[in-house]
Design a protein around this ligand. Sequence first.
Ligand code: BES
Ligand code: MN
Ligand code: MN
Length: 475
Amino acid sequence: MSAVIKYLKRNQKTHLNQLLELLAIPSVSTDVKRKPAMKKAATWMQKRLKAVGCTTAKIHATPGHPIVYGEWLGAEGRPTILVYGHYDVQPVDPLKLWKIPPFEPTVKQGKIFARGASDDKGQLITHVNALGAYIAETGECPVNIKFLIEGEEEIGSPNLETFIKKNRSMLACDAVVVSDTSMFDKGLPAITYGLRGLAYLQIDVVGTDRDLHSGSFGGSVVNPANALVGMLAALKDANGRISVPGFYDRVKRLSVVERRAFAELPHSDRRFKQEIDAPELQGESGYTTLERIWGRPSLDINGIWSGFTGEGAKTVIPAEAHAKISMRLVPDQTPKEIARQVSHYLKKLAPKSVKVTVNDLHGGDAWVTPREHPVLVAAGKALERAFSKAPVYIREGGSIPVIATFDKLLKAPTALVGFGLNDDNLHAPNEKFDLDCFYKGMEASAYLMEELAELNSKPSKNSSGGARKRVGRTK
Ligand code: BES
Ligand code: MN
Ligand code: MN
C-alpha cells in the first residue's frame, strides 16, 4: 500500500498536468455549440482509462452526449466497485466575473481555478489515478473497478437511466463510489448519506399577441409580468413554508436522532453567513440552517424574464413573461407528483386573462441511505487514513439524480466521498479545487479500494468471479 501512496505523491505534478489538460476542454453539456468539446472530453477520458490500465474503455453514443465506460476486472473473487462521475460542466456565465478565463485552468495559491475543477473533473479523476497507481506499482488493484462517466449530469442525466437499464449486467457491482460532493470543512472529510431530489419547471405566461403601449393600455389589461410575479409570490408564505396544496404530504420528518446529529456538527450560522456575504439567513421557521438545506424541501426561482431589460426606460406592457423555478425534494416526495402539484396550483393562481403553460424540464429523486452501512463504514476508514481525521456523516442539499437509480436498478449501495469544499464556487464564476483536496483525494481513493476489498475477503460459495458477489449487503 505505501508503495501506491508513494507513487501518488511522486506523481502529483503529472496528475495535476493531466487534470489541467482535461479542464481546458469546454465541455458545457447544455450548450449545443459545445458538442465537439463534449466528444473531445469523452475521448480524453477514454484515453486516460486505457492509459491507467483499464482493459476495456469504450465510448457509448446516446441520443445526447456520450457515456464513457471502462473496466479493470483482474481481482478475481474480490468485490466490484462502480465509480460514477461526470465530465460535463455548467455554463460559465457571467464570464465578466471570472478572474481567469474558465477554460484556461490556472494554479494559484494552492488551488486549481477552472470550470469543472471541483464539479466534477478534478474529483472524478482521483479514482482513475488511484487505479493507475495500483496497476503501475503492483500490477493489480485490490478490487475490480468499473467506471461509468457521463456527459449529461448537469442537464439532469436524461439518457443515463436507459443506458443503465440496457447494461445492467455490464454495470453489476457490489458498491458504487462517487466523488461529486464536498467535505464538511477544510481538513474535515465527510461521508454524504443523503441528497435532495429535484423538480425543475419552466413557466410561460402569455397575455396579448404583441407588446402594448403602457400608456394607451396600462390599467385596462392584465400584464403577464405582473401576473407571473403574483403567482410566484403566492407559492410561499411568510413563514417560509411552501403553500402548494399537498406539497408536504410525503415529506419524511427528520428524526430526533438525526436532528441531534446535525446539531452536533461544527457548523456556525455566523460563518456560513459571512462566507456568502448574506445580510441575514432565512428559511422555513422551526428548522436550523442544516436542517433546511439537507432535510427540508425548498422552492426557488432560478431565472425570470419579461419585457424591457435594456438600458434606460421603455414604457411597455410585455406580451409574455417567463420563469424557471425548481423545487429541491426530500424523501419520499417524487419529482413527477411535485411538478404536477405545483403546475396545477400555478394555473389556479393565474388570472383568467393570461395563458399559462408549465413545462417539466427535468427531475430526480431524493436519496438517503443508512449511515451504518458497511460500505459507508469502509469509506469512513479510508477517509480517516488519508486525511488523518475521522469523517463526519452529512447530507447535502444538492442533487445527483442517478444515485437513486443505482439503488433501484443495480441494487448496489453508494458511498459519496466528496473531496470538494463549500467555497469551491460550484456553478459560479471562479470555480476552484484545492490541490490538497486533489492529492489527498487520490490517496483516499487508493485506501478506499483497499478497504472495500477487505469487506469481502471471505470467499463466497458461488464465487465464479468477483463481479457477481456482493459485499456489505444488510440482508
Ligand atoms: N455535484 C453536484 C451536486 C452537488 C452539489 C452535491 C453540491 C453536493 C453539493 C452536481 O453536479 C449538480 O450540480 N447537480 C445538479 C443536478 C441537476 C442539474 C439535475 C444540482 O444539484 O443542481
Ligand atoms: Mn457534480
Ligand atoms: Mn454540478
